[in-house]
Write a protein that binds this ligand. Structure first.
Ligand code: ARG
Length: 297
């Protein structure tokens, strides 16, 4: 297969027109706070989504915007919709019944991207195997592998399916806290090889794997305030990092390592347990060569 590397990082977002916090499927969700003043929250959510969109464009990305769907408020978190690599999309199976209605809409959206020539293959995890997309499968471009979360929403059984479908290595990481129910809430892989992660979210084995694979010098430990502020749930594009309002300490550390940090107020989405990373889905990631292709060459 011949690859045409895309000129620009390409991200998917979903318009927040039908966003709200109306149910509780993670400990951060606050339907009562939302319901006290839905109009104000709705306006703030529109502004926050627009600010994120603008920051991503400034960071050098192109952003495709999908419309939202009434009754499916969490569609604004497309990181959970699929794992995408090498123009292949493997569409999620949601663990929570509240989000299962999203699957058909995302399948249709990825199929439309395929017909437009942006994807080659669209499939879905087998029925009964829960996996919540790129929120639990974070591509590490430098190491050419997926960091793969499981144990909260995503089932361990899905990992072998991810590995086989994409034919790339994967580092399994068990998530042990309901507050950090997706890997992207507590783990960020950066272009310079560093990983920012929040240790209490992981099993001992998971922490050991992160330290072993990343190497001590590449590890940046997130503090409680970073995790609670959804700063770890950030988008990294080249040397740019777009994140929910970081504490000065974290911003300084990332700046020292050569990154430009853009702070965005994402409070209306943190009310649903999400931040910048999960409000996007990266579509253009390519591995250097899949093992199958390498063998054929
Ligand atoms: N309310 C959504 C849920 O609980 C938030 C999802 C945030 N996504 C993420 N990848 N962290 O499913």
């Amino acid at each position: 297969m011949h690859r045409t590397p895309s000129l620009m990082p390409s991200l998917l977002m979903v318009a927040p027109s039908h966003y709200e916090v109306s149910y509780v499927i993670n400990p951060w969700m606050q339907p009562t706070a939302w319901g006290n003043d839905p109009e104000t929250h709705r306006h703030e959510a529109e502004a926050a989504s627009a600010a994120l969109h603008a920051a991503l464009i400034t960071a050098g990305a192109q952003v495709s915007l999908l419309p939202g769907v009434p009754g499916l408020p969490d569609m604004v978190f497309p990181a959970n919709a699929a794992v995408v690599l090498n123009r292949r999309a493997l569409v999620a199976r949601f663990a929570c019944q509240e989000r299962r209605g999203e699957e058909a809409h995302f399948l249709a959206a990825f199929e439309a991207l395929r017909l437009r020539g942006l994807l080659d293959v669209v499939e879905q995890y087998p029925a009964g195997v829960f996996q919540e997309g790129a929120g639990d499968a974070i591509w590490d471009d430098g190491r050419q592998l997926f960091w793969a979360g499981y144990g909260q929403r995503t089932q361990r059984a899905s990992l072998a399916i991810t590995e086989a479908f994409f034919a790339v290595p994967l580092v399994p990481l068990e998530l042990v806290s309901p507050r950090f129910y997706h890997l992207d809430t507590c783990f960020l892989s950066l272009s310079g090889g560093e990983v920012l992660y929040y240790p209490p979210a992981f099993s001992d084995e998971g922490r050991a794997s992160i330290e072993a694979v990343a190497g001590r010098d590449n590890v940046i430990l997130a503090h409680d305030e970073d995790a609670a502020g959804f700063c770890v749930n950030a988008v990294n594009i080249g040397r740019h990092i777009v994140m929910a309002r970081p504490p000065q300490r974290l911003r300084d550390e990332l700046t020292e390592r050569g990154y430009t940090v853009t702070s965005v107020d994402l409070d209306p989405f943190i009310l649903s347990g999400g931040g910048a990373y999960c409000m996007t889905l990266r579509l253009d990631r390519q591995s250097e060569a899949t093992p199958l292709e390498a063998a054929a060459e």
